[in-house]
Design a protein around this ligand. Structure first.
Ligand code: APR
Length: 304
Protein backbone atom coordinates (compact mmCIF):
# COMPACT_ATOMS: atom_id res chain seq x y z
CA UNK A 1 0.00 0.00 0.00
CA UNK A 2 1.09 3.59 -0.55
CA UNK A 3 2.70 5.11 2.52
CA UNK A 4 2.16 8.52 4.14
CA UNK A 5 4.00 9.77 7.22
CA UNK A 6 2.57 12.54 9.36
CA UNK A 7 4.96 14.32 11.74
CA UNK A 8 3.08 15.88 14.63
CA UNK A 9 0.11 13.85 15.86
CA UNK A 10 -1.72 16.85 17.29
CA UNK A 11 -5.04 18.18 16.04
CA UNK A 12 -4.15 18.88 12.41
CA UNK A 13 -1.92 15.81 11.99
CA UNK A 14 -4.41 13.36 13.42
CA UNK A 15 -7.27 14.89 11.42
CA UNK A 16 -5.25 14.48 8.22
CA UNK A 17 -4.63 10.85 9.21
CA UNK A 18 -8.33 10.34 9.89
CA UNK A 19 -9.28 11.69 6.45
CA UNK A 20 -6.59 9.60 4.69
CA UNK A 21 -7.63 6.47 6.59
CA UNK A 22 -10.57 6.05 4.21
CA UNK A 23 -8.06 5.14 1.49
CA UNK A 24 -5.94 1.99 1.13
CA UNK A 25 -2.82 3.64 2.58
CA UNK A 26 -0.25 2.87 5.25
CA UNK A 27 -0.25 5.90 7.55
CA UNK A 28 2.43 6.51 10.18
CA UNK A 29 2.09 9.20 12.84
CA UNK A 30 5.18 10.45 14.71
CA UNK A 31 5.24 12.78 17.71
CA UNK A 32 7.70 13.73 20.47
CA UNK A 33 5.13 13.40 23.25
CA UNK A 34 5.05 9.81 24.52
CA UNK A 35 1.86 7.93 23.68
CA UNK A 36 0.17 10.59 21.57
CA UNK A 37 1.03 9.16 18.14
CA UNK A 38 0.35 5.58 19.29
CA UNK A 39 -2.96 6.54 20.93
CA UNK A 40 -4.28 8.55 17.97
CA UNK A 41 -3.17 5.82 15.56
CA UNK A 42 -5.01 3.12 17.52
CA UNK A 43 -8.17 5.22 17.70
CA UNK A 44 -8.07 5.90 13.94
CA UNK A 45 -7.25 2.25 13.19
CA UNK A 46 -10.37 1.20 15.11
CA UNK A 47 -12.46 3.66 13.07
CA UNK A 48 -11.43 1.85 9.86
CA UNK A 49 -13.28 -1.24 11.12
CA UNK A 50 -16.42 0.90 11.20
CA UNK A 51 -16.08 2.46 7.77
CA UNK A 52 -14.48 -0.64 6.28
CA UNK A 53 -11.16 0.63 5.01
CA UNK A 54 -8.03 -1.49 4.53
CA UNK A 55 -5.79 1.38 5.77
CA UNK A 56 -3.06 0.52 8.27
CA UNK A 57 -2.32 3.19 10.86
CA UNK A 58 0.60 3.16 13.28
CA UNK A 59 2.07 5.68 15.71
CA UNK A 60 5.56 6.05 17.09
CA UNK A 61 8.14 8.34 18.68
CA UNK A 62 10.80 6.65 16.58
CA UNK A 63 11.53 8.05 13.14
CA UNK A 64 12.52 4.68 11.69
CA UNK A 65 8.73 4.21 11.38
CA UNK A 66 8.60 6.70 8.50
CA UNK A 67 10.99 4.63 6.37
CA UNK A 68 10.17 4.84 2.66
CA UNK A 69 7.12 7.06 3.08
CA UNK A 70 6.19 8.53 -0.31
CA UNK A 71 4.57 11.62 1.16
CA UNK A 72 5.37 13.31 4.48
CA UNK A 73 3.02 15.88 6.02
CA UNK A 74 4.71 18.06 8.66
CA UNK A 75 2.46 19.55 11.33
CA UNK A 76 4.99 19.45 14.19
CA UNK A 77 5.43 22.71 16.02
CA UNK A 78 4.17 24.88 18.80
CA UNK A 79 1.31 27.35 18.69
CA UNK A 80 1.87 31.01 19.45
CA UNK A 81 1.32 31.65 23.15
CA UNK A 82 0.45 34.95 24.85
CA UNK A 83 3.54 37.14 25.07
CA UNK A 84 5.30 35.31 22.24
CA UNK A 85 6.17 37.48 19.23
CA UNK A 86 5.82 36.27 15.65
CA UNK A 87 9.62 36.18 15.48
CA UNK A 88 9.82 34.02 18.66
CA UNK A 89 7.38 31.56 17.10
CA UNK A 90 9.34 31.61 13.86
CA UNK A 91 12.58 30.70 15.62
CA UNK A 92 11.09 27.94 17.78
CA UNK A 93 9.25 26.28 14.90
CA UNK A 94 12.25 26.68 12.57
CA UNK A 95 14.32 24.68 15.07
CA UNK A 96 11.64 21.97 15.23
CA UNK A 97 11.33 21.80 11.43
CA UNK A 98 15.12 21.59 11.07
CA UNK A 99 15.19 18.61 13.41
CA UNK A 100 12.21 16.88 11.76
CA UNK A 101 13.78 17.33 8.30
CA UNK A 102 17.05 15.75 9.42
CA UNK A 103 15.11 12.53 10.08
CA UNK A 104 13.15 12.73 6.81
CA UNK A 105 16.41 13.04 4.87
CA UNK A 106 17.68 9.81 6.40
CA UNK A 107 14.56 7.66 6.34
CA UNK A 108 12.67 8.76 3.24
CA UNK A 109 15.02 10.73 1.00
CA UNK A 110 12.68 10.39 -1.99
CA UNK A 111 9.56 11.67 -0.22
CA UNK A 112 7.43 14.61 -1.22
CA UNK A 113 6.98 16.93 1.74
CA UNK A 114 3.88 18.96 2.56
CA UNK A 115 4.53 21.61 5.19
CA UNK A 116 1.64 22.70 7.43
CA UNK A 117 3.41 24.26 10.43
CA UNK A 118 3.05 28.03 10.74
CA UNK A 119 4.26 30.58 9.82
CA UNK A 120 3.73 28.46 6.73
CA UNK A 121 5.49 30.33 3.96
CA UNK A 122 8.66 30.83 6.02
CA UNK A 123 8.61 27.22 7.24
CA UNK A 124 8.63 26.02 3.61
CA UNK A 125 11.96 27.85 3.14
CA UNK A 126 13.34 26.30 6.32
CA UNK A 127 12.30 22.82 5.14
CA UNK A 128 13.66 23.27 1.61
CA UNK A 129 17.04 24.28 2.99
CA UNK A 130 17.16 21.62 5.69
CA UNK A 131 16.09 18.82 3.34
CA UNK A 132 18.13 19.81 0.30
CA UNK A 133 15.40 18.23 -1.87
CA UNK A 134 14.45 19.61 -5.30
CA UNK A 135 11.91 22.42 -4.99
CA UNK A 136 9.17 20.32 -6.65
CA UNK A 137 9.22 17.98 -3.65
CA UNK A 138 8.76 20.59 -0.90
CA UNK A 139 5.51 22.55 -0.72
CA UNK A 140 3.09 24.06 1.75
CA UNK A 141 -0.61 23.75 2.50
CA UNK A 142 -2.48 27.05 2.73
CA UNK A 143 -4.33 27.84 -0.49
CA UNK A 144 -6.56 24.76 -0.37
CA UNK A 145 -7.68 25.80 3.12
CA UNK A 146 -8.09 29.51 2.34
CA UNK A 147 -9.98 28.67 -0.87
CA UNK A 148 -12.26 26.28 1.04
CA UNK A 149 -12.99 29.06 3.53
CA UNK A 150 -13.84 31.56 0.78
CA UNK A 151 -15.98 29.04 -1.15
CA UNK A 152 -17.88 28.17 2.03
CA UNK A 153 -18.50 31.83 2.77
CA UNK A 154 -19.84 32.45 -0.76
CA UNK A 155 -21.99 29.29 -0.72
CA UNK A 156 -23.53 30.20 2.64
CA UNK A 157 -24.19 33.78 1.54
CA UNK A 158 -25.83 32.80 -1.78
CA UNK A 159 -27.41 29.62 -0.39
CA UNK A 160 -25.93 27.41 -3.12
CA UNK A 161 -23.99 24.14 -3.00
CA UNK A 162 -20.34 24.77 -2.19
CA UNK A 163 -19.45 22.27 -4.95
CA UNK A 164 -20.67 24.79 -7.50
CA UNK A 165 -18.56 27.65 -6.17
CA UNK A 166 -15.25 27.75 -8.02
CA UNK A 167 -12.52 30.04 -6.81
CA UNK A 168 -8.87 30.18 -5.87
CA UNK A 169 -6.91 32.02 -3.21
CA UNK A 170 -3.23 32.82 -3.76
CA UNK A 171 -0.45 34.51 -1.81
CA UNK A 172 0.56 34.03 1.79
CA UNK A 173 -1.35 32.27 4.49
CA UNK A 174 -2.59 35.17 6.58
CA UNK A 175 -3.45 38.80 6.04
CA UNK A 176 -1.54 38.95 2.76
CA UNK A 177 -3.57 36.22 1.06
CA UNK A 178 -4.79 37.17 -2.40
CA UNK A 179 -8.39 36.34 -3.29
CA UNK A 180 -9.38 36.40 -6.95
CA UNK A 181 -13.03 37.52 -7.19
CA UNK A 182 -12.56 38.00 -10.95
CA UNK A 183 -11.77 34.27 -11.23
CA UNK A 184 -14.71 33.23 -9.02
CA UNK A 185 -17.70 31.52 -10.63
CA UNK A 186 -20.92 30.26 -9.12
CA UNK A 187 -22.23 27.63 -11.50
CA UNK A 188 -20.99 29.35 -14.62
CA UNK A 189 -21.98 32.82 -13.46
CA UNK A 190 -19.27 35.29 -12.39
CA UNK A 191 -19.56 36.16 -8.68
CA UNK A 192 -19.69 39.88 -9.51
CA UNK A 193 -23.05 39.35 -11.26
CA UNK A 194 -24.56 37.80 -8.14
CA UNK A 195 -23.59 40.13 -5.34
CA UNK A 196 -22.30 43.64 -4.68
CA UNK A 197 -18.61 44.67 -4.55
CA UNK A 198 -19.09 45.52 -0.82
CA UNK A 199 -20.34 42.02 -0.06
CA UNK A 200 -17.49 40.45 -2.01
CA UNK A 201 -15.04 42.61 -0.04
CA UNK A 202 -16.64 41.49 3.25
CA UNK A 203 -16.43 37.83 2.24
CA UNK A 204 -12.74 38.21 1.40
CA UNK A 205 -12.09 39.92 4.74
CA UNK A 206 -13.88 37.10 6.55
CA UNK A 207 -11.73 34.56 4.71
CA UNK A 208 -8.53 36.42 5.66
CA UNK A 209 -9.75 36.34 9.23
CA UNK A 210 -10.91 32.70 8.92
CA UNK A 211 -8.41 31.20 11.36
CA UNK A 212 -8.86 33.99 13.93
CA UNK A 213 -12.67 33.70 13.75
CA UNK A 214 -12.41 30.06 14.81
CA UNK A 215 -9.81 30.79 17.52
CA UNK A 216 -12.17 33.43 18.98
CA UNK A 217 -15.07 30.95 19.07
CA UNK A 218 -13.05 28.05 20.50
CA UNK A 219 -11.37 30.25 23.16
CA UNK A 220 -8.56 27.69 23.42
CA UNK A 221 -7.00 26.06 20.36
CA UNK A 222 -7.31 26.69 16.66
CA UNK A 223 -8.93 25.21 13.55
CA UNK A 224 -8.00 21.69 12.54
CA UNK A 225 -10.77 19.90 10.62
CA UNK A 226 -10.44 21.98 7.45
CA UNK A 227 -6.62 22.29 7.72
CA UNK A 228 -6.29 18.51 8.22
CA UNK A 229 -8.63 17.77 5.31
CA UNK A 230 -6.73 20.22 3.08
CA UNK A 231 -3.37 18.57 3.79
CA UNK A 232 -4.93 15.15 3.18
CA UNK A 233 -6.35 16.16 -0.20
CA UNK A 234 -2.91 17.35 -1.33
CA UNK A 235 -1.28 14.09 -0.18
CA UNK A 236 -3.91 12.12 -2.04
CA UNK A 237 -3.44 14.11 -5.27
CA UNK A 238 0.28 13.25 -5.12
CA UNK A 239 -0.11 9.58 -4.19
CA UNK A 240 -2.79 8.98 -6.83
CA UNK A 241 -0.94 11.07 -9.44
CA UNK A 242 -4.27 12.70 -10.09
CA UNK A 243 -2.90 15.90 -11.71
CA UNK A 244 -5.22 18.12 -9.71
CA UNK A 245 -4.81 21.86 -10.05
CA UNK A 246 -4.79 23.26 -6.53
CA UNK A 247 -3.48 26.44 -4.89
CA UNK A 248 -0.27 25.41 -3.15
CA UNK A 249 2.60 27.23 -1.47
CA UNK A 250 5.32 26.61 -4.07
CA UNK A 251 8.85 27.86 -4.72
CA UNK A 252 8.82 30.40 -7.54
CA UNK A 253 11.76 31.04 -9.79
CA UNK A 254 10.49 33.82 -11.97
CA UNK A 255 6.79 33.02 -12.51
CA UNK A 256 4.65 36.10 -11.78
CA UNK A 257 7.97 38.01 -11.63
CA UNK A 258 8.75 36.40 -8.23
CA UNK A 259 12.25 35.01 -7.64
CA UNK A 260 13.28 32.36 -5.12
CA UNK A 261 10.34 32.78 -2.76
CA UNK A 262 7.57 30.46 -1.60
CA UNK A 263 4.15 31.85 -2.33
CA UNK A 264 0.67 30.42 -2.87
CA UNK A 265 -0.07 29.86 -6.58
CA UNK A 266 -2.09 27.33 -8.58
CA UNK A 267 -0.02 24.24 -9.38
CA UNK A 268 -0.47 20.87 -11.00
CA UNK A 269 -0.01 18.18 -8.35
CA UNK A 270 1.07 14.70 -9.30
CA UNK A 271 3.44 11.88 -8.46
CA UNK A 272 6.46 14.14 -8.87
CA UNK A 273 5.04 16.77 -6.52
CA UNK A 274 4.62 20.27 -7.97
CA UNK A 275 4.70 19.23 -11.63
CA UNK A 276 3.83 22.64 -13.04
CA UNK A 277 3.22 26.16 -11.81
CA UNK A 278 0.09 27.52 -13.46
CA UNK A 279 0.32 31.08 -14.68
CA UNK A 280 -3.01 32.91 -14.41
CA UNK A 281 -3.47 36.21 -16.16
CA UNK A 282 -3.83 38.60 -13.25
CA UNK A 283 -4.82 42.25 -13.22
CA UNK A 284 -2.19 44.82 -12.25
CA UNK A 285 -3.58 45.31 -8.74
CA UNK A 286 -3.83 41.58 -8.01
CA UNK A 287 -0.30 41.05 -9.24
CA UNK A 288 0.89 43.81 -6.89
CA UNK A 289 -0.87 42.04 -4.01
CA UNK A 290 0.89 38.79 -4.90
CA UNK A 291 4.26 40.55 -5.01
CA UNK A 292 3.51 42.11 -1.61
CA UNK A 293 2.78 38.64 -0.26
CA UNK A 294 6.16 37.38 -1.47
CA UNK A 295 7.85 40.46 -0.03
CA UNK A 296 6.27 39.82 3.36
CA UNK A 297 7.76 36.30 3.45
CA UNK A 298 11.17 37.63 2.38
CA UNK A 299 11.12 40.15 5.27
CA UNK A 300 10.06 37.49 7.78
CA UNK A 301 12.93 35.27 6.65
CA UNK A 302 15.40 38.05 7.39
CA UNK A 303 14.61 37.74 11.10
CA UNK A 304 15.71 34.10 11.11
N1 APR B 1 8.78 16.32 16.58
C1 APR B 1 7.57 15.76 16.42
N2 APR B 1 6.43 16.33 16.88
C2 APR B 1 6.52 17.49 17.52
C3 APR B 1 7.76 18.15 17.72
C4 APR B 1 8.92 17.51 17.21
N3 APR B 1 10.14 18.06 17.37
N4 APR B 1 7.52 19.30 18.39
C5 APR B 1 6.19 19.38 18.60
N5 APR B 1 5.59 18.28 18.08
C6 APR B 1 4.17 17.92 18.09
C7 APR B 1 3.48 18.26 19.41
O1 APR B 1 3.77 17.32 20.41
C8 APR B 1 2.01 18.24 18.99
O2 APR B 1 1.41 16.98 19.19
O3 APR B 1 3.45 18.66 17.13
C9 APR B 1 2.06 18.55 17.47
C10 APR B 1 1.36 19.85 17.11
O4 APR B 1 0.01 19.63 17.34
P1 APR B 1 -0.98 20.72 17.99
O5 APR B 1 -0.27 21.41 19.09
O6 APR B 1 -2.28 20.05 18.25
O7 APR B 1 -1.13 21.80 16.83
P2 APR B 1 -2.10 21.71 15.56
O8 APR B 1 -3.37 22.42 15.85
O9 APR B 1 -2.14 20.32 15.06
O10 APR B 1 -1.30 22.62 14.53
C11 APR B 1 -0.06 22.20 14.01
O11 APR B 1 -0.31 23.36 11.95
O12 APR B 1 -1.92 24.80 11.16
C12 APR B 1 -0.66 24.69 11.76
O13 APR B 1 -0.45 26.72 13.08
C13 APR B 1 -0.60 25.33 13.12
O14 APR B 1 1.79 25.26 13.30
C14 APR B 1 0.58 24.64 13.70
C15 APR B 1 0.51 23.25 13.09
Amino acid sequence: MKKVAIIGAGNVGSTAAFVLARKPYTITLVDVVPGIAEGKALDIQQSTAVFESPAKITGSMDYTAIKDAEVVIITAGVARKPGMTREDLLKINARIIGEVCSHIKIHCPNAIVIMVTNPLDAMCHVALKALGFPKERVMGMAGVLDTARLRTCIAQHLNVAVLDVHSTVLGNHGDAMVALPEHTMVGSVPLAELTSPETIHQMIQRTKNGGAEIVALLKTGSAYYAPGAAAAVMAQAILEDSKRILPVCAYLEGTYGIQNIYVGVPVLLGRKGVEQIIKLSLGRETLQELLASAQQTASLLKSL
